[in-house]
Design a protein around this ligand. Structure first.
Ligand code: F6R
Length: 599
């Protein structure tokens, strides 16, 4: 949903800004632009399409500037074109603004400003902000005060940055519901929608909070609230290795991130000792009182949540309600006060998940969040947070975050069960011992990548794919289908194995690939009969199992509730190879952006 980058310091920032935009291209990539200070005034360059097009322009113009703001866009208001791309300027082209989010009252503001004689050139909601600042500067000469006055009039979600040619060396920024983080260097500050944009330059990050307005110069970053009261914000040290934000010799971020999974789960599991207070920060006395869970998330994170439902119900014998956040937030829920609310989100910024979380908080529930981005909004709005330690996930299609989310949720389910006394210490220890071996098991699973590539070659020309799973692996079937459709644009659907006879089997015909998850466990035989049913109708069957089975890709053995972490890996690889064989833009699929920070 758009990426913002800014720099204010002593270096020529052209390269820093382009590098930052490239790192944030996962957030949107239909156009890009930059506003930079030159001795002669403010200059703006824009290019439709990828950041590389803007990079060419920046090189042609031999940009040399020490203060700039820039943007990579994913269109919401107005089609992707040069006029609609950011930065947007005021009537005199002295103020430039970049924005991520949606200004809900922009039409009303535009009408008001037009009546005052302001001229608008784009169809965007953002342009009103530049004109509001211009308007405020008529009464108030101070840029920061004028910026604050403009922000006061906005309704909706925004991460904003602005520069003004008559106030050189100053960037003003504001945040509400869209992420914005400031990187602190020596005699320089960076501004970005996400940390990887500046991680090569500094690992010191200040996460702005909702309502914050920042004034950034090369020497200082002062943060105020809307009333002008100074705010203190923590400087976080980001431990991510900048190398994790590079492709490291892989063709795409997605395949690199699939292969990052042993390390990502190792780093995540290392923060999850078999002690609920140490791992989750929740006292056993609080855990004992939990009567049920609401787990809410979107997309891939929702699939991790759905799989966790089976695990919690099986081991902890507690009721679990799992729902996509976009539905949950609009339901009239009679919240059970002794249930724990759990939000799962890689980015920690997904607007739907955040809204669902705030509904639960308003109803008086305690909330645990499972997120990957340190200091992001969802953890800050939660009572307890556990981070997955995957490093930055750059590919739009989520992979390593999913397996780490499953790992955290599995650990939580076991600890819940043990503290509540539904499993004995002996069972808990045995299950936890198996859980701790996950990174090695993932490593072994990845050794089959070539076999999956061979299978992909057999099926990649098909236009329709079915994924089947049951129990904790049913959500993995949904995830396999989501992965494939996101990056290949092919039709793919996931079903519970037992459901196909109730309708979907009608679409199975000769040669249609059906990918079935069949771990050894309670429903193994039933899954095998579903496989026989589809085979009998001519489907090309691929089975993912952990026990010798006809047509199966074998993954290492674990109990069936841990199997999803391994079972999903062949599906991630299959989606990747099929899409690569089809020549798709794997890391930046059409119509998608990584972080959905608006409704
Ligand atoms: C799928 C994907 C999306 C996200 C979803 C939630 O590959 O990336 O479905 O999983 O938008 O995002 P987070 O986890 O950041 O809340």
């Amino acid at each position: 949903m758009c990426g913002i980058v800014g720099y204010n310091g002593t270096k020529n920032c052209a390269g820093i800004i382009i590098e930052g935009l490239n790192k944030l291209e996962y957030r949107g990539y239909d156009s890009a632009g930059i506003a930079f200070e030159e001795p002669s005034g403010l200059e703006v360059l824009k290019a439709v399409g990828r950041v590389c097009n803007l990079e060419k322009l920046v090189k042609e113009h031999k940009v040399k500037s020490k203060c700039a703001i820039a943007h990579t866009r994913w269109a919401t208001h107005g089609k992707p074109c040069e006029l609609n791309s950011h930065p947007h300027t005021d009537c005199n082209k002295e103020i430039a603004v970049v924005h991520n989010g949606i200004i809900e009252n922009f039409a009303e503001l535009k009408t008001k400003l037009s009546k005052k004689g302001h001229k608008f050139y784009s169809e965007t909601d953002t342009e009103v902000v530049a004109h509001l600042i211009e308007d405020a500067l008529k009464k108030e000469k101070d840029f920061f005060k004028a910026f604050t006055s403009a922000v006061k009039q906005l309704k909706g979600a925004y991460a904003l940055a602005a520069v003004y040619e008559k106030s050189p060396g100053v960037i003003c920024a504001a945040k509400k519901q869209s992420p914005l983080v400031i990187g602190q260097g020596k005699g320089e500050y960076f501004l970005a929608s996400d940390v990887p944009a500046f991680l090569n330059h500094t690992n010191k990050a200040i996460f702005l909070e909702d309502g914050d307005i920042a004034q950034i110069t090369p020497q200082a970053c002062n943060i105020y609230n809307i009333e002008g009261v100074k705010q203190k914000r923590k400087v976080n040290t980001i431990k991510w290795n900048p190398a994790t934000a590079q492709k490291g010799g892989y063709k795409h971020f997605m395949i690199k991130e699939i292969f990052d999974q042993p390390q990502a789960t190792k780093d995540t599991i290392s923060t999850l000792p078999p002690d609920v207070k140490k791992a989750f920060g929740i006292a056993p006395a609080v855990i004992k009182k939990i009567k049920g869970l609401y787990i809410v998330a979107c997309g891939t994170a929702y699939h991790a949540a759905l799989s966790a439902k089976y695990v919690v119900e099986h081991f902890a014998k507690l009721p679990v309600e799992v729902e996509t956040a976009s539905e949950f937030k609009y339901r009239s829920i009679n919240f059970q006060k002794d249930w724990l609310f759990v939000a799962v989100s890689q980015s920690g910024e997904t607007a739907d998940t955040l809204a669902a979380l705030s509904n639960a908080k308003k109803a008086g529930l305690k909330a645990l969040s499972i997120c990957n981005v340190i200091g992001s909004t969802i953890p800050r709005a939660s009572d307890y947070t556990v981070y997955t330690h995957c490093g930055p996930e750059i590919s739009v299609a989520s992979t390593k975050a999913f397996t780490s989310q499953l790992a955290v949720l599995y650990s939580f389910a076991l600890q819940l069960a043990f503290v509540q006394g539904t499993i004995t210490k002996t069972v808990f220890d045995k299950l936890y011992k198996e859980f701790l071996t996950l990174p090695q098991l993932i490593e072994k699973t990845l050794k089959d990548a070539e076999e999956i590539k061979r299978l992909a070659r057999k099926v990649y020309k098909n236009n329709s794919y079915i994924f089947l799973g049951r129990n904790a692996s049913f959500p993995v079937a949904l995830e396999g289908a989501l992965k494939l459709k996101e990056i290949s644009y092919l039709h793919a659907e996931g079903f519970a194995g037992g459901e196909i006879k109730h309708g979907p089997i009608a679409i199975i015909d000769k040669g249609m690939p059906v990918i079935a998850l069949a771990p050894k466990g309670g429903l193994y035989e039933k899954m095998i009969s579903s496989c026989q049913e589809v085979s009998a109708r001519g489907a090309k069957l691929i089975v993912i199992s952990n026990t010798p089975t006809k047509n199966a890709v074998l993954v290492p053995y674990t109990n069936e509730y841990l199997f999803p972490v391994l079972g999903v890996i062949p599906l991630q690889l299959l989606a990747y190879y099929i899409s690569d064989m089809r020549g798709r833009e794997i890391d930046r699929p059409r119509n998608l952006a990584k972080s959905v920070t608006v409704e």
